[in-house]
Design a protein around this ligand. Structure first.
Ligand code: ADP
Ligand code: TRP
Length: 319
């Protein structure tokens, strides 16, 4: 199965991103033909300045490689290294009714949040359709907010195919429904915008400090604790199997330990889960030439497929 994932790079990744998006995505490479790119053309619509966009793009590349994206299994590139999508974006624009774009929730939400209502933001879904269709992607894993964009991609592809024959594969989205929302240190959804995250790559001391800030109730030391509503427990559970969770519940209920102990334990869990990733990260940061090579070879592979598709498309429309 050909699976395509597009990642918007928007700064330092946190535990919510890791369990909610990164880990499930990286797992896909085991059983599928996975194509993954950093969507920097898309990020341009919300970028502050050139330096930040560049930095976020490279950070995301290094983070994904460090967390286990395997360039031998997955084709990995930066979107702007395959500008063929921009040609397809223009061609697809002809098959995109204004009404379709006007109905896009994501556009309306962004404008409501104060992002400038320019043409790039408006036509964002058409570029996304080009990303997907140019590679004949069959499955596209997305967050719930992106489902409509996949539906729009299908609408555009159907319109095109109706006129020129079965040129584009109709993609389907995959949404991880049952995935729980990971809480932040205040118990709300962990999110950059709420300032309540625990970042993936922190030094050990700041990481402990951050864990110490997790909000808990005020049960005094020596009394039995309830794991069910505890944010520390919820976060620690992510790193544990059933037996580990049971053991931790018993420790909570025993009354022998307080929240301070469990916050230390959580820090240990995070720190050890990321040990290999930290080593890989240090390695890649030290060997950016190798990273560049991985991206170049990924872009070349994706471009080969894109070029073949574009030959058919150009011929079909008469270019
Ligand atoms: P943020 O809310 O920090 O800006 P993003 O919106 O950039 O995070 O999220 C990127 C991906 O990470 C999303 O597609 C989502 O699936 C996942 N994600 C982010 N925060 C959480 C969370 N608290 N719980 C589960 N998944 C999350
Ligand atoms: N819009 C997607 C997001 O914000 C990123 C993206 C761009 C994408 N092109 C894509 C995702 C193609 C999947 C397929 O998350």
């Amino acid at each position: 199965m050909r699976v395509l994932t597009g990642i918007q790079a928007s700064g330092k990744l946190h535990i919510g991103n890791y369990f909610g998006a990164m880990k499930p995505m990286i797992k896909l490479q085991e059983e599928n033909e996975l194509f993954t790119f950093i969507a920097n053309y898309h990020s341009l619509t919300s970028s502050k300045d050139a330096q930040t966009l560049k930095q976020y793009t490279l950070d995301a590349v290094v983070d994904y490689l460090s967390m286990g994206l395997d360039p031998d299994k997955t084709t990995f590139w930066i979107q702007s290294d395959m500008p063929q999508v921009l040609e397809l974006y223009w061609i697809l624009s002809k098959f995109t009714p204004m009404g379709l774009l006007e109905r896009a929730h994501s556009y309306k939400d962004k404008v409501a949040k104060g992002i400038a209502a320019n043409h790039a933001l408006f036509s964002y879904p058409v570029l996304m359709a080009a990303d997907i269709l140019i590679l004949d992607s069959e499955k596209v894993p997305v967050g719930k907010d992106q489902i409509q964009h996949i539906e729009m991609t299908r609408d555009i592809a159907i319109k095109f195919n109706n006129e020129y024959g079965e040129i584009f594969t109709l993609p389907e989205y995959i949404v991880e429904d049952e995935l729980a929302t990971i809480p932040g240190i205040d118990g709300e959804k962990m999110s950059k915008s709420y300032g309540n995250t625990i970042e993936l790559f922190m030094d050990e001391k700041p990481l402990q400090k951050r864990c110490n800030k997790i909000v808990t109730d005020s049960t005094p030391l020596g009394e039995s604790l309830t794991p069910d509503d505890c944010n520390v427990y919820a976060l620690a559970s992510l790193f544990l199997d059933d037996a580990g969770r049971e053991e931790l519940s018993d420790r909570y209920r025993s009354g022998k330990e307080g929240y301070g102990h469990f916050k230390k334990y959580l820090k240990e869990l995070i720190w050890s889960e990321l040990e290999e990733a930290r080593e890989k990260r240090a390695y890649y940061l030290d060997h950016m030439d190798e990273v560049r090579e991985i991206l170049n070879s990924g872009a070349k592979k994706a471009q080969n497929i894109a070029n073949q598709k574009m030959e058919i498309v150009r011929e079909a429309v008469g270019l």
